[in-house]
Design a protein around this ligand. Structure first.
Ligand SMILES: Nc1ncnc2c1ncn2[C@@H]1O[C@H](COP(=O)(O)OP(=O)(O)OP(=O)(O)O)[C@@H](O)[C@H]1O
Length: 255
């Protein structure tokens, strides 16, 4: 691939005797939605954590737009345009939706949390936060406390928080987890819109969502990429079927 936005080369991460990331190499093109799938414990979250800098690899290299970011600290990666939306909700429940987004925008701008009081009033931050809420369809809930939002709305708010940092690459760890059918299809629609604006790496167990959204899919099993390609190739790959898709029931619905 010429000039990928994100490139991972031979990444290795161990936990004691477990090789959670076993010489993983993959490339994500600018504008692509790249899904990472695989059974529980395959190493998906571990991989995402190394991309964001929360976890350091034992070997290998990560490039963002050609720059080696392997040893770049997490906060600096965020400034370079990597944003992660967490599997476990990381929102502040006693703050409003817009305050949560404004805080993220403020942190990204390099301001100290000490000036948090100002983020509530500062018009530039509020405009950024408002725009992010608009992109995820949550404007009407701007002044609602996070604790009063539904689970689906909280997931959307997590996306708004990530978007407020104007990322080049959005790393999404199971955005559909815990969502009902209606909420899931809302999330798929939302991601279908966002993918036009931002490169997305999506870790997801919901195969309906993955096959509806992905341009390319990489399959991780025991820390190794066993296949990488277009959804149609992945669906037909015998090794993938054996190791993972064989146990899934819903891969054909979205065509
Ligand atoms: N902090 C840790 N300490 C020890 N072992 C860990 C740690 N984090 C992950 N592991 C192990 O590394 C392997 C990969 O885990 P990881 O959570 O990355 O998989 P996953 O594909 O994201 O799984 P899931 O689909 O269940 O979220 C597993 O065997 C897990 O037990």
């Amino acid at each position: 691939m010429a000039d990928p936005l994100l490139r991972v080369e031979n990444l290795v991460r161990r936990f004691g005797g477990i090789v959670a990331t076993d010489h993983v190499s993959l490339e994500v093109a600018r504008g692509e939605l790249h899904a990472i799938i695989g059974p529980n414990g395959a190493g998906k979250t571990t991989l995402i954590s190394q991309l964001t800098g929360q976890l350091l690899p034992h070997a290998g290299t990560i490039y963002l737009a050609g720059q080696d970011i392997t040893r770049v600290p997490a906060w600096r990666r965020s400034a370079l345009g990597l944003a992660r939306s967490f599997q476990i909700t990381s929102l502040l429940p006693d703050f409003t939706a817009i305050d949560n987004v404004a805080l993220a925008a403020q942190a990204h701008d390099g301001h100290s949390f000490r000036f948090w009081g100002n983020a509530r009033k500062e018009s530039g931050l509020r405009a950024t936060a408002f725009a992010a809420l608009q992109r995820v369809g949550l404007v009407e809930r701007a002044n609602t406390l996070v604790s009063k939002l539904s689970h689906g709305e909280q997931r959307e708010l997590e996306l708004a928080v990530a978007l407020a940092t104007s990322p080049q690459v959005l790393l999404l760890d199971e955005p559909m987890a815990g969502l009902g059918i209606t909420e899931s299809s809302r999330m798929v629609k939302l991601l279908q819109e966002l993918r036009r604006e931002v490169t997305i790496v999506l870790v997801e167990h919901d195969m309906d969502a993955v096959f509806a959204l992905a341009d390319r899919i990489s399959v991780l099993v025991y820390g190794r990429v066993i296949a990488s390609g277009a959804p149609s190739e992945i669906r037909q790959n015998e090794e993938v079927k054996r190791a993972y898709l064989g146990e899934q029931h819903a891969v054909t619905r979205h065509g």
